[in-house]
Design a protein around this ligand. Structure first.
Ligand SMILES: Cc1cc2nc3c(=O)[nH]c(=O)nc-3n(C[C@H](O)[C@H](O)[C@H](O)COP(=O)(O)O)c2cc1C
Length: 423
């Protein structure tokens, strides 16, 4: 199986930063580097960074500050040797040339370890960018298709090994290996070529997050890793089957795309201890943030709804997939708005496994064997303790069962994922 560490420096549980012994903070690069190296010591495929382009005083601690994830990757490239480095980048609020260039640069300086998590961005970022509107869901995906085409085209500007460096003849590069894109499309006009050459893995790995119908179509066309939120095995199996089917229909090999749901493990020496840990985390959840956080996760203004009342009915067609997921969760578990908020504060709709290290390893094995996942993006509730438990207790069990590597076989992210070099 494949494993990523989803690094959110205040912890993925909304109250995680308040756990005794927890360290937190996006300004704490020492923590970020230490956790990345810990993931590398456990042979994780990648460390993964989400992103947001807006913040407010109401944002929860895990979201309120966000250094640019690509800049963090560049710093981490010098602090790690083998682990893949994945940053989220928005197709709605970036320029393809600038993003293609920055990603290719990180891929080069990390020796072929970079990946791009393609998102279309839910929150209206137009307040911070010189554009007047936040495009609707379908249009964001139409833009994304063209955006990714342009980025891939730019990454193919240079064939491999273009440097000649023949001092005698005065030939620095073989410019016959340079190709100009000349893209003129509906949303973008980019001539190229890119002024960055290929990395040892050819080009960065394409990761994609966005699980609606249009999100799945984008992923099936381009992605090599799909990050998704799933809380129930049956739904996860259906999502996995739908993705693999669309990948094959797009003329690609089903194994060329790895489906990796998020997973929050809460681990104790006994199940009682694990349940007590979750209760302790929940006691730290700040309920004053409930309406704001639910509004962001449901992509709707719910401020008029009382917390102890029912979860409002909201349309799901053409909406952000997290809304559908959370409404299904609320319906299945008959939750009030306050209870739904606590689920969101726990893991934002991702699966949460509370138990012993054996329980967590069993769960992961079951999901992979049941074709619900090819691996997981691990979301520790708090750092470092919540991740120490995974590295020291769960990973050795997975390795003993032959489910996870004991050493890296290669040096690039494509090597770890079993993907061919992109040339
Ligand atoms: C598991 C998951 C993680 C995501 N992470 C981010 C993120 O870090 N930043 C962001 O702007 N959008 C993120 N998104 C949402 C994407 O922006 C997505 O392109 C957009 O919300 C439309 O999503 P949908 O296809 O799921 O409806 C994420 C979506 C999913 C499903």
């Amino acid at each position: 199986m494949h494993l990523g560490l989803f690094l959110l420096a205040a912890g993925h549980h909304a109250g995680g930063w308040r756990m005794p012994g927890a360290e937190s903070g996006t300004e704490n690069f020492d923590l970020i580097a230490r956790m990345s190296r810990l993931a590398e010591s456990a042979c994780f495929d990648m460390v993964f960074f989400g992103d947001r382009l807006v913040t407010t005083a109401d944002s929860p601690p895990s979201m309120i500050t966000r250094p640019d994830p690509l800049v963090v990757l560049a710093a981490l490239a010098t602090q790690t040797q083998r682990i893949g480095l994945v940053a989220t980048g928005s197709t709605t609020y970036s320029e393809p040339y600038a993003l293609a260039r920055a990603l290719a640069s990180v891929d080069l300086l990390s020796g072929g370890r970079a990946g791009w998590n393609i998102v279309t961005t839910v929150q209206d970022g137009s307040i911070n960018f010189t554009r007047t509107t936040h495009p609707a869901h379908d249009e964001r995906y139409a833009i994304a298709h063209e955006f990714v085409e342009v980025v891939k085209g730019l990454w193919r500007s240079w064939d491999a090994q273009p440097y000649v460096r023949d001092a005698e003849r005065g030939i620095y590069m073989d410019t016959s290996k340079l190709h100009t894109l000349n893209h003129k499309g509906r949303y973008f006009e980019v001539a190229g070529p890119l002024n960055v050459t290929r990395s040892p893995q050819g080009e960065p790995v394409l990761v994609q997050a966005g699980s609606s119908g249009p999100g799945q179509a984008l992923g099936a066309r381009f992605a090599e890793v799909i990050f998704t939120a799933q809380w129930n095995l049956r739904e996860a199996q259906a999502f996995y089957a739908a993705i693999k089917q669309q990948v094959v229909a797009a003329g690609r090999d089903a194994g060329a795309v790895k489906v990796m749901p998020g997973l929050m493990p809460i681990i104790g020496r006994t199940r009682e201890e694990a349940r007590a840990k979750l209760a302790q985390l929940q006691s730290f959840t700040d309920e004053s943030k409930a309406h704001y956080v639910l509004g962001a996760e449901l992509d709707a203004d719910v401020s008029a709804y009382p917390l102890d009342g029912p979860v409002p009915e909201l349309p799901v067609d053409g909406a952000f997939s997290r809304r559908k997921l959370l409404l299904e969760l609320a319906h299945a578990q008959k939750l009030t708005l306050r209870e739904l908020y606590h689920q969101v504060a726990n893991s934002r709709g991702h699966q949460i496994v509370v138990g012993t290290a054996d329980d967590v390893a069993d769960h992961m094995q079951r999901w992979v064997e049941a074709e619900a996942a090819d691996g997981f993006n691990i979301m520790p509730a708090y750092f470092p303790g919540g991740f120490d438990d995974v590295v020291h207790e769960v990973v050795p069990r997975l390795q003993a069962r032959g489910l996870f590597r004991q050493r890296y076989a290669g040096s690039t992210l494509r090597d770890h994922l079993g993907l061919p070099i992109a040339l």
